[in-house]
Ligand binder design. Structure first.
Ligand code: SF4
Length: 188
């Protein structure tokens, strides 16, 4: 019998399969002992939401001793059912990346450099500027004398990482300030 190319490849495949099975079944009967334990073994499990876009995929975060060891798609989440896009798969770097910013960076008006500031300073400064802007721009009535009670100098932008309750509170605050421009990251 003359061996053609197809027969040769078939024989090669069968031989390799047999060799692999022999390796697993005969030479290494305790092969499972060679598999390292999953890094999520005995970790604390916390569910969360991906902060990157409006799809809002569910995540499962695994922590050990307060340290994040893995983040995976939540198989029980109705939106993504365990899957994550490439951006979501890299979400752990939000916490672990050495390039993550840990301080507030502030560039003053007209300045060409960033300064490191404390978070308390940033929060207080923001609150003062929001109040000053609102006070300077608030309109009680329009040109026709109709009450409008609003400011057009401020806007509010929501994000996918916000949950229902946070969105409710932010919207309440914005409306109370008289903000009429309310948008969401997912629509931009
Ligand atoms: S995993 Fe991807 S699609 Fe899902 S919310 Fe994050 S960025 Fe959006």
């Amino acid at each position: 019998m003359v061996m053609n190319r197809r027969m040769f490849l078939k024989g090669l495949g069968a031989g390799l399969t047999a060799l692999s099975l022999k390796d697993v079944l005969l030479v290494r009967p305790g092969w499972a002992a060679f598999v390292p334990p999953a890094k999520t073994k005995d970790a604390q499990v916390t569910t969360s939401i991906c902060p990157f876009c409006g799809v809002g995929c569910g995540l499962v975060a695994y922590t050990k001793g307060g340290k994040l060891v893995s983040v995976q798609g939540d198989p029980d989440h109705p939106i993504n059912q365990g899957t994550l896009c490439s951006k979501g798969q890299a979400v752990m770097e939000v916490v672990t990346s050495p390039r993550r910013l840990h301080k507030v960076l502030y560039r003053a008006k007209g300045s060409d450099r960033w300064e490191e500031k404390e978070l308390d300073w940033a929060m207080k400064t923001l609150a003062q500027r929001v109040k000053a802007t609102r006070d300077a721009s608030f309109k009680e009535k329009n040109e026709a004398g109709v009450p409008i009670s609003r400011t057009e100098a401020l806007a509010s932008i929501g994000g996918a990482a916000l949950n229902n309750e946070e969105c409710y509170l932010i919207t309440k605050l914005a409306r109370a300030l008289g903000i009429v421009y309310l948008e969401h990251q997912a629509r931009l």
